[in-house]
Ligand binder design. Sequence first.
Ligand code: URA
Length: 246
Amino acid sequence: MRLDKFICQSTEFSKNQASELLSAGVVAVNAQIICDGSTQVHENNTITLNGSVLTPRAFRYIMLHKPAGTICSNVDEHYPSVFNYVHIAYPNDLHIVGRLDADTTGLVLMTDDGRWSYGITHPDKHCPKVYRVGLSRPIADDVATKFTMGIALQGESQLTLPASLTLLSPKDVLLTITQGKFHQVKRMFAAVGNRVVALHRESIGSVQLDITEGQWRYLSETEVQSLQATTTQTTTLNTTTQTTTT
Ligand code: URA
């Protein structure tokens, strides 16, 4: 983490105030005065401000049931930001772990732990996400096979990774994908001649949405750990697969 961010996460100071403190030469890392806020610091460094050791606040891990007509951004734009639903201290420290479109509903994760979110969103981690999808026309028989084989999305040179489809009714399916490309679900169905008319994220890894629209809650310790485990395990599996197929 950057030193200026560490100061903000350990105190009440804003980023500008942290910069002023750094310039004033009152911040030390392992007893050495540091003035550059971009210096990377780690949990085993001792960081002091005017001689007092700084301890960062505990990380927060949050689930929100995103309503339609809201955006996954820290600020309101065309639509209100999802952050309007989460009333906690230091909201600006939080970021969204895998955005949803404005018209998509369902599970959104938020945290201030960048390493944890990296493990979930990084393309190499292949964390599974389940979407309930409403379609404009009945799904064709060959779509499940096409999605398993990989789909050529417009403007992409590589096929999508294998995705699995469960039919709930002719126009209503569950889709599990392990990537997070821009508008991926909508583009996958467009590529097979269909159109998404409703999209809802039900789960990420083993974390299942279980609250009503507009509500939020902290994740349990087990949920936080399980997502870490999902991504670590999947990475190992994928590495193994690549090794054996190349
Ligand atoms: N895929 C999409 O097309 N939209 C979303 O919001 C999420 C996944």
